[in-house]
Design a protein around this ligand. Sequence first.
Ligand code: SF4
Length: 162
Amino acid sequence: MSLIGLVRLIRTTGRVAEPAPPRPDPAPGRPAALAGSVQVRHVDAGSCNGCEVEVAAAFGPVYDAERYGARLVASPRHADVVLVTGVVTHNMAEPLRRTVDATPRPRMVVAVGDCARDCGAFAGAHGVAGAVHDVVDVDLEVRGCPPEPDAIVAALRQVTGR
Ligand code: SF4
């Protein structure tokens, strides 16, 4: 197809995405400064990688968390939200504390998955320091083992309000 044909196709096709769902209520305690868009630093504190697959899907082209204003970033210095998956292993307790400390305020910590919430299937296991709330303050939790991408996107939408 020629370039002109491609431009014509783009102009005549219009928007093909599904309409956005209604805006959600903000999460309790969500700082107003985080409304609209947030940068998200993901920390795997000791997961089985199941939650990582779902987080990747949440930010992929189908579930598209960016559409609602949530974007992954590589550094906690650039982040508004720390999204934590997995139990917290002894080796990851201090790095998790430092990551959250390095994130500027106002910030939110979101614990994703049953392991992050309450140690899930790994409760009492060797090497487990605890759930995420045992190590850092948690603002929002997402249930599931693993949670579906929809649930992860829904939690992030409660932060952005979009
Ligand atoms: S909640 Fe389930 S999928 Fe997620 S890290 Fe734990 S065991 Fe793995």
